[in-house]
Ligand binder design. Structure first.
Ligand code: TRP
Length: 442
């Protein structure tokens, strides 16, 4: 139970609540949802098992685990995980700081913005400048403090309260949207009725976007799930545990879509134009209009901050344990150094949102997919017998499912990941050449 709670705590976070809705909006709504759900079921689920088998087999951290099973060369994959973790956590913390500010606003002032201009101004004030920087600092201090202290027990309690709490509020908001927002039917059509010609036309952007989002939301591609599974007993059925984690995580993300899109359509906004402000703009408006909205808002934003904390902890723990193992640093020193480096790296994001695209594009469309591809190839081709044996440990009757998993991992999944990586990397290079260079040139 402790393992499932910790893994859910890592998986459920800003990926579900902040990142999913604007990816879905920008990539065409139902077209994205369709490709995303396919990716989660056919690639995300087998890929989480790949990390689980490595972790439980070796009972070690990612770097040590890959080295033990595959020899010295494979430890460099751990180096990729570390780079990914630094980049990802730097902007993750800044965005968590935005939620923290909306929490504080609700606590002291309440939510008053209702017009698009007011909502946009409120988001602008929270997302850049001194307050964004201070909130980013506060969040990193909290994460670092927890890792220095090595607290485990608090996380389980936090997850037990936070996940049902978030689900409860989201269900309430979704019901409100369904009954009280006339534009809801348009919103559902956009979100739920895939146009297959759109998918066929846009698959080159849909595929890498779905891949990146799937790995981001399931905490894959960075060795975090290797670490968590290293604490797992031989009696556990890995596939069952993975199914629980993947379903819960996916359910929460999909539910957020049911909440956000009705509000976007009510405001008359173009859903394909939404960006990282989507959840803030739509929910701040909701909490300003619904009776009891202020209290709901404070509780909701507060719980999202906790969800972000329990995810960020999993990343900083990975970074710190790398420094502890590799350089034999003491835990407090390793955690403080990693936390400080992450904080500094995140500072540009509080100055201009172009750095959010710069970091998120790199981490999400390139590094996570690369990390996931490498561990998939590792289990599929370097240690297939160990992998299969570990998958079936603790399972009474798996039949041929185990070998189906192994063959899926060896060929089709690896191929889809190579294609996703290629498309994600070329898309990122285009972003660098057009948007980022353009921004640099003013
Ligand atoms: N899954 C988390 C979220 O959705 C973020 C996260 C935590 C993560 N640990 C990770 C992403 C490791 C990639 C790798 O918010």
């Amino acid at each position: 139970m402790g393992f499932i709670l910790a893994a859910v705590g890592s998986a459920v976070g800003l990926g579900n609540i902040w990142r999913f809705p604007f990816q879905a909006g920008a990539e065409g709504g139902a077209a994205f949802l369709f490709v995303y759900l396919g990716f989660i079921a056919l690639i995300g689920f087998p890929a989480i098992l790949v990390e689980f088998v490595i972790g439980r087999r070796t009972k070690r951290n990612p770097v040590g685990a890959l080295k033990e099973l595959g020899g010295d060369r494979w430890k460099y994959v751990g180096g990729i995980f570390v780079v990914t973790g630094f980049v990802l956590l730097s902007y993750y913390s800044v965005v968590a700081g935005w939620f923290f500010q909306y929490f504080i606003t609700g606590l002291f002032e309440g939510y008053t913005a209702t017009t698009p201009e007011e909502l946009g101004a409120a988001f602008g004030a929270a997302s850049s400048g001194t307050s964004a920087l201070l909130a980013h600092a506060a969040f990193m201090i909290a994460v670092t403090g927890i890792i220095v202290a090595g607290i485990r027990s608090g996380i389980e309690i936090a997850v037990k309260v936070m996940v049902p709490g978030i689900l409860f509020i989201l269900l309430g908001l979704a019901a409100y949207g369904a009954f009280a927002i006339p534009e809801a039917s348009q919103a559902y059509a956009y979100y739920l009725q895939p146009d297959f010609s759109v998918i066929a036309e846009n698959w080159q952007t849909l595929l890498p976007a779905a891949a990146g989002q799937a790995f981001f939301t399931l905490s894959l591609g960075m060795g975090v799930m290797i670490t968590y599974a290293s604490y797992l007993g031989e009696d556990r059925n890995l596939a069952e545990d993975a199914a629980v984690i993947v379903s819960l995580d996916t359910f929460i993300a999909v539910l957020v879509g049911f909440v956000v899109f009705p509000f976007i359509f009510q405001a008359g906004a173009d859903p394909t134009e939404v960006g990282p402000d989507a959840i803030f703009v739509s929910l701040a408006q909701a909490f300003a209009t619904i009776p009891g909205g202020r209290l709901l808002g404070v509780v909701f934003f507060g719980m999202v901050v906790i969800a972000a904390l329990s995810s960020a902890i999993s990343i900083l723990e990975m970074l710190a344990s790398y420094l502890i193992d590799e350089f034999k640093w003491e835990r407090p020193k390793a955690a403080a150094a990693a936390g400080l480096a992450v904080f500094v790296l995140g500072i540009p994001v509080t100055i201009d949102l172009v750095f959010l695209d710069l970091f998120d594009g790199l981490a999400d469309s390139v590094l996570l997919v690369l990390g996931a591809l490498l561990v998939v190839l590792f289990v599929g081709w370097v240690i297939p017998e160990d992998g299969l044996d570990e998958l079936t440990t603790g399972v009474e009757n798996i039949g041929s499912l185990g070998s189906i998993w192994l063959w899926a991992v060896r060929i089709p999944i690896a191929i889809v990941l190579v294609i996703s990586l290629y498309l994600g990397a070329t898309g990122y290079l285009e972003f660098l050449a057009d948007d980022f260079l353009g921004w640099l040139n003013g």
